[in-house]
Design a protein around this ligand. Sequence first.
Ligand code: MOS
Length: 778
Amino acid sequence: AGADLRPGAHPLARRPADGRRSQQSGVRMTVSPVGREVARVDGRLKVTGAARYSGDYSATNTSYAHVVTSTVARGTIRSIDTVAALAAPGVLRVYVAGDGRLRLYALAPEFSFFGENYIPLQDRTVRYYGQIIAVVVAGSVEQARDAAALITVTYDAQPPRSSLADGPREPSDPTSSGEPSSVTVLAPGVESIDEALAASEVVVEADFEQPVQHHAAMEPHTVLAEWDGDGVTVHAGAQMPTPFTILLAQRLGVLPQQVRLVGRYIGGGFGARVIVWSEAPVAAAAARELGRPVKLTLTREQMFTLVGHRPHLIQTVRLGASRNGVLNAISHESVAERPAAGGWNMIPGHSTSDTLYNTPNLRINPQQVILDMPSSWAMRAPNEAPGAFALETAMDELAVATGVDPVELRLRNYATVSPSTARPWSSKHLDECYRDGARRFGWSARSATPRARVDGQWLVGTGMSSAAYPAARQAASVRIRLRDDDAAVVSTGTSDLGTGAWTMVAVAGADALGLPLERVTAEIGDSALPPGAPAVGSGATHSTVPAVVAAARDTIAALKQLAVTHSGSPWHGATAEDLRYEQGRLYGNDRSMTFGELLRALGSRGLDATASEPAGDPPGYSFHTFGAHFCEVRVNRFTREIRVTRFTTVVDAGRTINARAARSQIVGGVIFGISGALLEENHLERDTGRLAASTLADYLVPVNADIPDIDVHLLDRPDPHLTGPLVEDGGEVGTRSLGARGLGEIGTVGSAAAVGNAVFNATGIRVRKLPITLDKLL
Ligand code: MOS
């Protein structure tokens, strides 16, 4: 696998200054892979089965665990009968709720958000249907699972709180940065949002409901825990390798440096692999107690209760506008499920109603209701995707109410400063997304009148929506090693969930060092590496790339230092300033050598340096990635079958690092949106508190036949502030700021609304309760 350097893929990727100098020096010019169509560096390993996922690892003398889960939603375990299980073939241990042998602990208070709020298997309380209440360890997977089926449990059960209507409602928690989750902005002289709405010429008000949705990663959560003395190595998928070790260490009552997380290849995360759930602590504690490695894989059914879900949510959006569609007020209220065992703090106005449109009056008021159901957690664009479904559907309703074209309506309300903070954006080309998208899609051919286009037995409709997602810098450390074979290794403990992070790290390294991609190897997915950027919040790329640039600067400085101080070096006695590094070579005093030649001459195998970049965005700006979606659906006149037939998305995500991977991320995000709009739903059974779906046959996700070709266009305009002042080209190594912004979640934001708006245009029926299934169109 290597670079696909098709000409013209990226005009900004050319480096004329470097190239001219290189040609003068007689060196073949290396073209930066940044922005080009680069095939995944791990692609071949993945498609040949050589990439090792967590479950592909084994250890000597491994034993296998299977968890038993609760069948009531609230109460206390009265008895657990393990006699038959303990006597079953191959069984080594049965640990039940309250088993002190596991020695598990609570998370420290400041980390309590990053896990469930109880200690797994340490008491007899049942907090939700599907909670781990016992674990069987045996000589094989089959023996463990067979024995687990022999365990019988009795409960003292209470009726669960299982409906948002049960209340009481309480305000959502403050945001992670400590700000209140509610927002109120009122124009001078306006007393309340209700007053602002009442004074508006046109008011649109609607309720939107979204069911429980699941991350449904292809790879079930698997952990292999192997102790060596008082240290444990855990093979598991983790979006944040270093925080994973901190959280697991707290659960185990050990120090973070006693835990190593290895998770190089991961079959999807989407938020479900951000925190440490119960399976990893249970497996690692069992391995410690048993004195043997333990491997634990959750079943697909267990994946629906043990690793989080997108919370059930009801939103009320009210828009007040003038007759020509200029907004005067946005009110965005919501009530979300908040599981008693812990979960995600839903603020669906975040980066939607507080960001997308210019409005003098704004009110965001998120509330929650405590329920006895499995823990929830962030799922791809956790606030923004649900929030945009509500806001962007309401905007379509406003377009209908005012007779203003939906694209024009959004341009009329275009925000140039954040309506909540009044800060300008570091870079915002959303208007170009609208116009480019409309042109690519053929929006002008649309009729605003529902049911105006019929093709045989199909009603054809089109809809659009906006998207925004915040861009936040996370801390990242990167080590670069230059080797005596003229290759480089770029190492950082970030994570690739399937996003393309392996390739991003290699591309950034090749660019920073001026090397061909084939000579750069990435190393990620291991907490033993320098702590990398968390693969969360669409932040891994824009957090990692600046640290790669800094590490390249420091490594080249170390190389120059070696060249002038080592007695065997031809530059011995010169000063580092006499030397120039370019594209893998040092130049100075009329001679040049590659770094490999120099290292070999000095008898060194290699040299490295590590650089760290802190978390935090530069002050004074709002940072968001933006996008616009355009969707065409066909709805069968007789059966109401809904097919998405065309989709165009234009994204403004700063500079593109890898055009192919970036497009793939947007395609994946849009598929998430289509899926959420039309298919995904898990029912919570009111009486039992049980989430009804247990397989991917009753929790629907799309197959290829459900998804059309998705036309994705990336504007590729570098952000001049997020990753430091832009330096395009030609400067010293380590000064180049690429200006990328993340794009892992933006495709999921607003895409469901674009589908729903297209369904309205096709049928004249507005469905505000997801998923939009054919029965709702009859
Ligand atoms: Mo994400 S929902 O930030 O993994």
